[in-house]
Design a protein around this ligand. Structure first.
Ligand SMILES: [Zn+2]
Ligand SMILES: [Zn+2]
Length: 141
């Protein structure tokens, strides 16, 4: 995605396009992996050493609230972030904690009665198991 498109998506989501926010968004969109907040800070700080940790974390939070970035919670490990616009599910490896994308398919919604007054926004899956790197090592034991 080019610079203009990133600016448009920020402004379109009601966020000002500050240089810091732009840097965080641009970095995240280039990543095929799912970096942690600490990794994102390290990367944007290399681009612009004036960007502080607090600013990076605040921008990340704003991007998540605006729906431009997804936060993938991984139990017992730091949350990972994802700015890919395309909907997808996730696979989390039990052994190495790697977070991988799984192609999107629609998931059946829960029966409306089970949600009570809750408002459902999205229905996505997290698959758990061993990734392609860890599975062979597991099998050979
Ligand atoms: Zn693994
Ligand atoms: Zn993802």
């Amino acid at each position: 995605m080019d610079a203009e498109a990133i600016k448009r998506s920020l402004v379109g989501s009601g966020l000002r396009c500050t240089p810091q926010r732009y840097t965080v968004m641009a970095f995240l969109m280039e990543q095929a992996s799912h970096p942690t907040a600490a990794e994102i800070f390290a990367a944007v700080n290399r681009v612009d050493p004036r960007i502080s940790r607090a600013t990076t974390y605040n921008n990340l939070r704003d991007l998540v609230h605006a729906g431009l970035v997804r936060e993938v919670a991984v139990e017992g490990r730091a949350a990972r972030f994802d700015a890919k616009g395309v909907r997808h599910h996730h696979f989390i490896c039990d052994r190495c904690g790697n977070v991988e994308d799984i192609d999107w398919y629609d998931v059946p919604k829960p029966a409306s009665g089970s949600l009570g007054k809750r408002i459902l926004r999205e229905c996505e899956l997290i698959f758990r198991g061993l990734c392609t790197k860890c599975a062979p090592r597991h099998a050979s034991r």
